[in-house]
Write a protein that binds this ligand. Structure first.
Ligand SMILES: Cc1ncc(COP(=O)(O)O)c(C=O)c1O
Length: 498
């Protein structure tokens, strides 16, 4: 166990004094509700106003302290306000904050560090194009693939989440801006992601059916697909439910791309930078993408993103191919350089590779005596716990996962849902979460699960509403609408699943 004085987190978390939301939180939440758009989502899940945060914990304005297993959805792999990141930010704040694309020491230092940790043959041989958000990075990757291949269209997967702000180019009038945007009438061919728990094309939980279907799309003149430039994939589905595909999926996809002269775009926005126990999730499969999308943790909490791509991919990329005033912000890049150095120099990724499987096993052991959990899967510190109902049917039970989220919040543990019906609770704690906090979090998870499974209702403080905003009761998932038809049934019990 780490000695408390070495902790990055508040050692006494969780500490729930004033019933959340406490009076100060309620006041700020009410003002937010009055002045900000109704479109905000997270205050509906976790109705508190935040005062400050440290490591894997946050403190609300009423003094309650929570274990943070949301991590800004994988933005905070190194936790909140890591001392080395703060020092890097302070250092840069004394120099320059904005320089458009003019080189700064921060920018060049960042490029050097990033290139040194890229996967496979991209290492030290990639070019980098800066963007601002994750969605921006994915759009740019697809535009780049279309430009490089002189074809227009991308194969993407069901369950995928790549961001929402495609379409801005449709509103910009200059032809020169629109002609490099695939999202101006962009063409997407959708293929089911190979989900071993709820298979669609591969009832045996493999990938042969998925690859057969992809071949059909390319080879059959009646498939309805004219031409595409690329395949866009998440190595593990993030918002789609923390679905870990079979081990041979990414290698088979790489071969498929090579057979058909397509570019492989890997979206590592949620999986990258140590989250799965390697720097990049694609490294588990030994696959090098042609284009890699990077965001979230790379800025340690400061918005910055980028694509890294094979240096011979598009040698004649015109100046201004992609634009954006804030791309490559020096403050973010100074922090980003330090993020990479910490991941290289300190033991966090190795620890995730060691501790992640143990945590997975603990969640699986807990699940074995709780039929409300149908499947526990994951890699490293990216673990999905899927709630099911309906006996052998095992239909997705989003209401139970959301009830867990609400009740755990009242006990001081922040954990978020994902999946098409919000039926998956995800463990996505910072890589630096202290052992003791992992134990406390798992204990809260188990205690809440037992309480929900054995009692018809619970009345924890988290159920209280806030004046001016609707109570945190089952708000819709932020990204994925529930399916209008039941998901396919999982394989019969007894079949081993990854
Ligand atoms: C895999 C993946 N791609 C892209 C995005 C979009 O990133 P952003 O919200 O920064 O646009 C996300 C966000 O959750 C993501 O998880």
């Amino acid at each position: 166990m780490t000695a408390p004085q070495e902790w990055l987190s508040y050692p006494d978390a969780p500490r729930i004094g004033a019933t959340p939301p406490g009076p100060k939180s309620r006041e700020l939440l009410a003002q937010q509700a009055a002045w900000e758009s109704e479109a905000v989502v997270y205050p509906k899940y976790f109705p508190i106003a935040v005062r400050e945060a440290r490591g894997a914990t946050i403190e609300d304005v009423d003094g309650n302290r929570y274990i943070d297993w949301v991590s800004g959805v994988s933005v905070l792999n190194l936790g909140h306000r890591h001392p080395r990141l703060r020092a890097a930010l302070d250092h840069q704040a004394d120099r320059i904050w904005h320089s458009l694309e003019l080189p700064t020491e921060a920018r060049i230092g960042f490029l050097r560090e990033l290139r040194s940790v890229l996967p496979g043959t991209l290492r030290d041989r990639a070019r980098v194009l800066f963007t601002v958000t994750g969605g921006d990075s994915v759009e740019t990757a697809v535009n780049l693939a279309d430009f490089a291949k002189k074809r227009h269209g991308v194969i993407a997967f069901s369950g995928a989440y790549h961001g929402v702000h495609g379409g801005a180019a449709n509103l910009t009038s200059g032809r020169k801006y629109r002609q490099t945007s695939s999202f101006h009438g962009g063409k997407v061919v959708r293929v089911p992601y190979p989900d071993p728990y709820r298979p669609i094309l591969d009832p045996d939980g493999g990938v042969a059916g998925t690859i057969r279907f992809l071949e059909h799309l390319m080879n059959d003149p009646y498939s309805g697909v004219d031409e595409v430039s690329s395949v866009l994939v998440e190595p593990i589905l993030g918002e789609g439910g923390y679905v870990v595909p079979p081990d041979d999926f990414l290698p088979a996809l790489r071969e498929f791309c090579d057979r058909h002269d397509l570019l492989l775009i890997m979206d590592e926005i949620q999986t990258g930078l140590g989250r799965t126990g390697k720097m990049w999730a694609t490294e588990h499969a030994g696959v090098t993408p042609d284009i890699l999308c990077i965001a979230k943790t790379i800025g340690g909490g400061i918005p910055v993103s980028m694509v890294a791509y094979r240096d011979n991919l598009a040698p004649e990329l015109p100046a201004g191919f992609h634009l954006g005033t804030y791309r490559g912000n020096p403050l973010a890049l100074a922090v980003g350089t330090e993020v990479i150095k910490i991941l290289k120099e300190e033991e966090w990724i190795g620890r995730v590779a060691r501790v992640g499987p143990k945590l997975l096993k603990r969640f699986q052991e807990i699940a074995s005596s709780h039929p409300s959990i149908g499947h526990v899967r994951g890699r490293g510190f990216m673990i999905g716990i899927e709630f099911v109902q309906g006996g052998a049917e095992r239909g997705p039970w989003g209401e139970r996962a959301k009830a867990m989220r609400r009740e755990m919040f009242g006990r001081g543990l922040l954990m978020h849902t994902c999946g098409p019906s919000d039926q998956v609770l995800r463990f996505i704690g910072p890589l630096i979460t202290e052992d003791e906090l992992l134990d406390r979090g798992v204990a809260i998870f188990e205690e809440t699960l037992t309480a929900l499974d054995t009692g018809p209702t619970l009345s924890t403080p988290a159920r209280r509403g806030v004046p001016g905003i609707p109570p945190p009761e089952h708000p819709p998932g932020p990204h994925i609408l529930p399916p209008t038809h039941p998901l396919p049934a999982p394989p019969p019990p007894g079949r081993s699943l990854p």
